[in-house]
Design a binder for this molecule. Sequence first.
Ligand code: DX5
Ligand code: ZN
Length: 215
Amino acid sequence: MVNKKMPRLAPSLLSADFSCLGDALRFIETRGGSFVHFDVMDGSFVPEISYGQPVIRSLKSATSLPFDVHLMVEHPETQIESFAKAGADYITFHAENTVHHRRIVQMIHGLGKKAGIALVPSTPVAAINEVIPYIDLILVMSVNPGFGGQQFIQLCIEKIKKLADIQQKKGNNFLISVDGGINEKNISLVIGAGADIIVSGSAFFSGALKWEQVT
Ligand code: DX5
Ligand code: ZN
């Protein structure tokens, strides 16, 4: 039996004003954020390129919040060590970008970091069954990755419920994080399905999603 804690908020910097990222960190700290979520995009797995190690490195000393780094990159194994050194606390790679899930999890743990694995909407939970006992976080994508501000895909609610069921029945201690299209209207559905971490970009930075009204 896993004791569910209160859900936590991980605002995504992708929707922040990049001309003042320090201010964005203050906004996250004062509006209930428990993590800073970084969407790292390589222009190949997803169409655009966002930011990488240098940005993370320079923001690390500007906040004490843990850094939750979501790698939307091909060949994640080539990037993990440098993101760990840059200041990532959680490193999440996509299940779709490698067949060597366990090896990458071991690599992340070997660097003293928490390991996460992400699933795009079309990837079933069954794709990661073997590695579930070893991971710290499962990132359920509720949009197709690549952009902020997309519409929430309802289908992922079943996936969250399935993972919450595995948490309870098998006693696995991974966190369920949900990412994409979460707003003030659908957040209670996501939390009700069993999410432990809510990632929010556009709804959080626009001010529409107010965490103090959720918890
Ligand atoms: C999508 C990213 C998400 C996204 C969240 O590729 O992984 O983190 O930016 O932003 P919203 O909440 O605007 O969907
Ligand atoms: Zn993300």
